[in-house]
Design a binder for this molecule. Structure first.
Ligand code: NAD
Length: 356
């Protein structure tokens, strides 16, 4: 058995999933929550979509906030909170990617308002109690059950127009949530089940969406996988992979999702010799005898950049990142996270050499 001892805390939240669900079921979900004065949070790009989706319950919309910014800068959060107060909002509806969800969470964090989330990417934030805010380039994160959306409406139709490159990097980000959940500090049997099924769905959907972004079945697979991935991350916590990406994004400003896609096969290659059970699960989910080779082949086929150097990282920054990761290693990682091991891992990921 994989688990002799474990702790697991189930998270609340209502999930409504299906093609067309945002059009046909959102009004009932808002009503179910009892919100009469919603603050709608979306990007400028999504404002027309938000108008269309909220038209059936327009009388319940009290205000709108469209200044959504990546990584939720504190001034953007402050303006969103002010808008909630001006509109006397009793609930928040976010429509968009991780940045829109993150802005809604920032409002919930200080106001306690319930959130309904309608995600349009594969970030998975809508099912986690994690929040993040940035100030002068420094990101602060925390966990608070109050930011966890009460209801999530997943509608694959909203993702049909997500460009291939974003779909691939965002999908890899979700894959990374699943893989990390298999060895993260709060690893547990429920999270592992979610993670394995998530890897299966994401591995099936990614190549099809890259070839035909409008394939409804594959879009449904990816969004379903993203839901499972976010849930796995929420119950198991972040592991070595997320630690590395957090350092690379925070200290060297590397792009969030693409960094995940480049780093993932390298972290798996590093941990594989110490975690045969995890390797077996990932291989089974991907339908690959060698999951490291399988992940690399998937990344190459989808046009993911090979090395961190292609994302703008310098070699000396890779060395600095290795030190930062080794100094704050997540507990319980299968492979020993010391400075020399992280140096080798990050130098290989930097050059784009084989993850072996
Ligand atoms: P994002 O929300 O910034 O979206 C990326 C881009 O895609 C934006 O330009 C957006 O306008 C566009 N976009 C979104 N949906 C689209 C669609 N359907 N069609 C076309 N374009 C679309 O980025 P993201 O990758 O969704 O989320 C990343 C953010 O979420 C980061 O800040 C990350 O830290 C955070 N995050 C948080 C958690 C958590 O649990 N708190 C988990 C994962 C990610």
């Amino acid at each position: 058995r994989d688990f002799e001892n474990f702790e697991y805390e189930a998270l609340p939240g209502r999930i409504v999933f299906g093609a067309g669900a945002a059009r046909t079921r959102l009004a009932a979900e808002v009503e179910r929550l009892g919100s009469a004065r919603l603050l709608v949070i979306c990007s400028e790009r999504d404002a027309p979509l938000a108008d269309a989706l909220t038209a059936p319950f327009a009388r319940r919309v009290a205000g709108r906030f469209t200044e959504v910014r990546q990584h939720v800068p504190v001034d953007s959060a402050a303006r969103a909170r002010a808008r909630a107060a001006e509109s006397a909002a009793d609930g928040v509806l976010s429509i968009g990617g991780g940045s829109a969800t993150g802005t809604a969470k920032a409002v919930a964090l200080t106001t306690g308002l319930p959130v309904v989330a309608v995600p349009t990417t594969y970030a998975g934030s809508e099912v986690t109690p994690l929040w993040g805010l940035t100030e002068e380039g420094r990101k602060t994160t925390g966990t608070d059950p109050v930011v966890l959306p009460r209801t999530v409406v997943y509608d694959p139709e909203l993702t049909l127009g997500l460009p291939v490159e974003l779909s691939v990097t965002s999908g890899f980000n979700a894959l990374a949530h699943c893989v990390d959940a298999l060895w993260a500090p709060r690893r547990n049997p429920v999270g592992v089940l979610f993670a394995e099924e998530g890897i299966r769905a994401l591995g099936a959907g990614l190549p099809t969406v890259a070839a035909d972004p409008a394939d409804p079945r594959a879009r449904s697979d990816l969004l379903y996988g993203a839901y499972l991935a976010g849930t796995a991350l929420a119950t198991a916590g972040a592991g070595l992979h997320h630690k590395i990406c957090h350092v690379l994004g925070g200290a060297f400003d590397l792009p969030h999702a693409a960094t995940h896609a480049v780093v993932l096969p390298h972290v798996l290659a590093f941990n594989a010799p110490y975690a045969p059970g995890v390797v077996h699960r990932i291989g089974r989910a991907l339908g690959a005898d060698d999951p490291v080779a399988g992940l690399r082949a998937l990344a190459a086929r989808l046009g993911v950049p090979r090395g961190l150097r292609e994302l703008g990282l310098r070699a000396d920054q890779a060395d600095e990142a290795a030190r930062l990761v080794a100094d704050a290693a997540p507990p319980g990682n299968p492979g020993p996270v010391d400075h020399s091991a992280m140096h080798t891992l990050l130098r290989t990921a930097w050059s784009g050499g084989p993850a072996a």
